[in-house]
Design a protein around this ligand. Sequence first.
Ligand SMILES: Nc1ncnc2c1ncn2[C@@H]1O[C@H](COP(=O)(O)OP(=O)(O)OP(=O)(O)O)[C@@H](O)[C@H]1O
Ligand SMILES: Nc1nc2c(c(=O)[nH]1)N=C(CO)CN2
Length: 176
Amino acid sequence: MSGTAGSAADGTARTTVRSVIALGSNLGASSDTLVLAVADLVETENVRLHAVSPVVRTKPVGGPEQPDYLNMVIEVETDLGPYDLLAHCQAVEEKHHRRRTVRWGPRTLDVDIITYGSWTSADEVLTVPHPRAASRAFVLQPWAWMDSAARLHGRPVAELAAEADDLAGLVPFEGV
Ligand SMILES: Nc1ncnc2c1ncn2[C@@H]1O[C@H](COP(=O)(O)OP(=O)(O)OP(=O)(O)O)[C@@H](O)[C@H]1O
Ligand SMILES: Nc1nc2c(c(=O)[nH]1)N=C(CO)CN2
């Protein structure tokens, strides 16, 4: 795992890592849900907000016929290990009434870990970088707008976004 060593309040060594997290919603009051979910994610002192992307409206990729999504990404600095960060993200999904029914089906809130420092994992419980992020404009484009220097799998995220099939269905979200 990569990161810079820090020091916890109890004096124990701690590792601080930057992580990119993607959020999506296409059920309920999606715009409000995204704002509240970001606040929930950084409510703990172990997860601090570093950067926020614009919100985009996107056509659904995969799954059944369903409403358009609102998507965004954030970058956080965290002292949580990767599996604790996943549990934290899933707790925030639960708080916003996420139900897992249909694969790629509509949801009030989806929170995915896209990167966790330079740490990689092929575990199906937590695959990092997220296995489908490199082909998803709904992740890549807001990420590129948030951080123009961002790279994924060694390539500029803006370049990956330009190649993604779903880019044509993405527009900046201007409000309700
Ligand atoms: N990087 C990751 N971020 C979030 N969940 C992950 C990640 N890698 C693996 N998972 C696992 O994926 C499982 C299914 O997640 P979820 O229901 O959010 O999938 P999905 O959003 O429908 O599809 P997709 O994974 O294509 O975005 C979770 O229970 C989690 O353990
Ligand atoms: N536009 C869009 N499409 C999706 C999304 C999403 O967040 N936005 N999430 C999915 C499963 O994670 C599947 N398809």
